[in-house]
Design a binder for this molecule. Structure first.
Ligand SMILES: Nc1cc(-c2ccc3ccn(Cc4ccccc4)c3c2)n[nH]1
Length: 234
């Protein structure tokens, strides 16, 4: 199946990068179809206005609902369709996780709504919820200037899980946060040269003793996880 990805933003150029590298390959082999749209194409005033002052006062500007509604009508349609997944990256969203990426990788159509300013008029999200399957997602507890970078990160996490996308799917299965993997951080990786600037690859990895190597890797993962992500060891 081909996944269709749409991006609505006042900076559609952010998504030119999707034509490069692995994602570009996914586009070439028909796994995904990418369409970026400029929200200002659905404005009608001379200044192509997309924002206004917040009702109730407060700092900054809020994105007007009208352009979003007209863009939805033009890009998605006016009939409800729960098979369409609409994603609003937002600092107040639920944390985006690998399991959410896993679920989204089976969806046929995803529309990213990338806000700017202080955010989007809430009626836009409320309207979208009456029409499609909506996800308000946060990338983490840090503040971005808009939804575009979050949309790119979510896209990469999702598209790489589409069957047929990654050359060797077994490498996906081994990754941290993959289903079935207990949530451990990745052990340290090494490759040739064996000695580099006075530092050697741990001998066990050169021993050819697969049992000992697996044991060393597990121990390293446990130590790293306990040290950096005690929250994962609950
Ligand atoms: N995880 C995550 C997501 C975002 C995010 C997503 C979309 C938007 C749209 C406007 N902003 C700017 C903003 C900054 C602070 C408070 C409110 C809005 C956004 C930030 N930041 N961090």
């Amino acid at each position: 199946m081909t996944m269709r990805l749409d991006y609505l933003s006042i900076f559609p150029g952010y998504f030119d990068v999707l034509d490069i590298s692995l994602l570009g390959k996914a586009v070439d082999n028909g796994l995904v179809e990418v369409h970026a749209h400029d929200l200002r194409d659905w404005t009608h005033d001379r200044h192509r206005t997309v924002d206004d002052t917040p009702c109730g006062g407060g700092a900054g500007m809020v994105m007007k609902p009208d352009p979003w509604g007209e863009a939805f009508d033009g890009i998605i349609g006016i009939e409800p369709d729960p098979s369409v997944h609409v994603i609003f990256p937002t600092p107040s969203g639920i944390p985006f996780t690998q399991s959410a990426a896993q679920e989204l990788s089976t969806v046929e159509r995803v529309v990213f709504c990338c806000g700017r300013y202080e955010g989007i008029d809430h009626r836009v999200i409320d309207y979208a919820r009456t029409m499609w399957t909506v996800h308000e997602l946060s990338l983490g507890d840090y503040v971005l200037n808009g939804g575009e970078v979050a949309a790119l990160a979510i896209t990469e996490a999702v598209v790489r899980l589409i069957p047929g996308f990654m050359g060797n799917p077994e490498s996906l299965a081994e990754e941290s946060f993959s289903p079935g993997q207990e949530r451990l951080l990745e052990y340290p990786l090494f490759t040739r040269p064996v000695s580099w600037r006075g530092m050697d690859v741990p001998e066990v990895l050169m021993s050819g003793h697969h049992g000992r190597i697996a044991e060393w890797r597990r121990e390293e993962s446990l130590l790293l996880t306990r040290d950096r992500r005690p929250d994962l060891t609950d």
